[in-house]
Design a protein around this ligand. Structure first.
Ligand code: 0T9
Length: 376
């Protein structure tokens, strides 16, 4: 494995073998130091927000069809950030820090050229299983994204297969007072390159964007050797409510560019993205992710893995004690920003637009939302 430091080769081989014979919560497996990331999974929802211009521009769509295309354009444009950032900044996919219950990640993207300020609230709403809830909003434009995320992992022919449990619901409050909703389902991941010690994400199968207007976008993901022979390829189709023939077809790579059937560029993510603004570490609260993991992250960044693992154990022990105390006192942990809901009515309605055989059915018990959000 060329990605593996010589001194960690045998522990990497052991780790990959452990993954292969294991199915469930990968966060519980001890990984060799070189693959550890100093960043917690609670930071990942920020990837949804890294194209604030495209998010804000959704509401400028003049027709239902135009808005369906703009939602698709924004969604495709976030994929590069979601699935290749660790490779770009750290050399390969890495094992993120496993968030604790109540961990938060808060930040914003400033208002530039009147596009409006965009804000993000993330909370770890469950530890077993790990579930992260998030709420992205551009209040001045009347647009928001409410979502929750969990994963089920398995192993198949050398790759980790990750099924994402969860979905996102995008809501637009139109100037007319009308509300439009878009259910966004999430693609399946395959983590390849494991044996070489340089893991990366490839997307597979389908994901969907189903709108309350009746528009449906289907996105098919392919790796090397399919539509174009290129990695990270996709083909998207937009269906209007009135016809079973696709009104638009877009093909390309979610890491670079895509075009419609006339050869017109649809998405282009070759330029810079806008990362989230967060307060200085010194001003963060104790539950904010970067504050909470500060010492562990420092240890990982400075290759001081003894400190990293000692500080990580401290956090885990403190969490265990906290759970025991809560149990003894009969006062369970209270979520701060999100609440658990038994059923997501919008999900139930909009999922009907999608081919019923491919609708994820494992959402039960995983749904959380921000009470004062427009979908509540
Ligand atoms: C939601 C995203 C998700 C989180 C990550 C599978 C994964 C944890 C979940 C699905 C975001 O919107 C998008 C991107 C990347 C996903 C991660 C990739 C990954 O490898 C990890 C898992 C848990 C591992 O760390 C596997 C072990 C490691 C050795 C592979 C590098």
């Amino acid at each position: 494995g060329e990605g593996v430091p010589a001194s960690q080769r045998s522990s990497w081989t052991q780790f990959v073998k452990a993954i292969a014979s294991f199915s469930g919560d990968l966060s519980s497996l001890t990984a060799p130091p070189f693959i550890l990331s100093p960043i917690s999974l609670t930071e990942f929802p920020a990837y949804w927000g890294e194209h604030p211009q495209l998010f804000a521009a959704i509401v400028d769509g003049k027709t239902e069809e135009d808005r369906a295309l703009r939602v698709l354009k924004w969604f495709i444009s976030t994929l590069k950030g979601q699935y290749t950032t660790r490779n770009d900044t750290m050399g390969s996919e890495k094992k993120p820090l496993n968030p604790v219950l109540g961990e938060e990640f808060l930040g914003h993207w400033p208002d530039v050229n009147g596009r409006g300020r965009q804000t993000l609230v993330v909370e770890q709403v469950s530890h077993h299983p790990p579930i992260t809830a998030y709420y992205l909003e551009n209040a001045s434009k009347g647009i928001s994204l409410q979502g929750h995320n969990a994963q089920k992992t398995s192993f198949s022919s050398g790759s980790i297969i990750v099924k994402q449990i969860g979905h996102a619901l995008l809501t637009i409050n139109l100037p007319s007072g009308k509300k439009e909703k878009y259910l966004i389902t999430l693609p399946r991941l395959r983590i390849d390159g494991l044996w070489y010690g340089s893991p990366y994400v490839e997307l597979s199968e389908m994901s969907y964007i189903a709108s309350s207007t009746g528009f449906l976008s289907t996105i098919e993901y392919k790796g090397k050797g399919y539509f174009s022979g290129k990695y990270h390829s996709f083909k998207a189709q937009v269906f209007s409510p009135s016809s079973s023939r696709a009104a638009h077809t877009i093909e390309g790579q979610w890491t670079t560019t895509s075009k419609d059937t006339h050869g017109v560029v649809f998405t282009d993510v070759t330029g810079p993205k806008e990362t989230i603004s967060t307060p200085p570490l010194a001003e963060m609260g104790e539950w904010e992710s970067r504050k909470l993991w500060e010492k562990v992250a420092k240890g990982i960044r400075e290759s001081d893995f003894d400190t990293a693992s000692r500080e990580k154990s401290k956090i885990e022990n403190e969490q265990r004690q906290r759970r025991k105390d809560e149990l003894a006192a009969g006062t369970p942990w209270k979520l701060k920003y999100f609440e658990h809901v038994d059923k997501d009515q919008d999900y139930a309605e909009l999922a009907g637009l999608i081919d019923s055989t491919s609708v994820p059915t494992e959402e039960d018990g995983y749904i959380y939302r921000k009470p004062e959000s427009p979908n509540a």
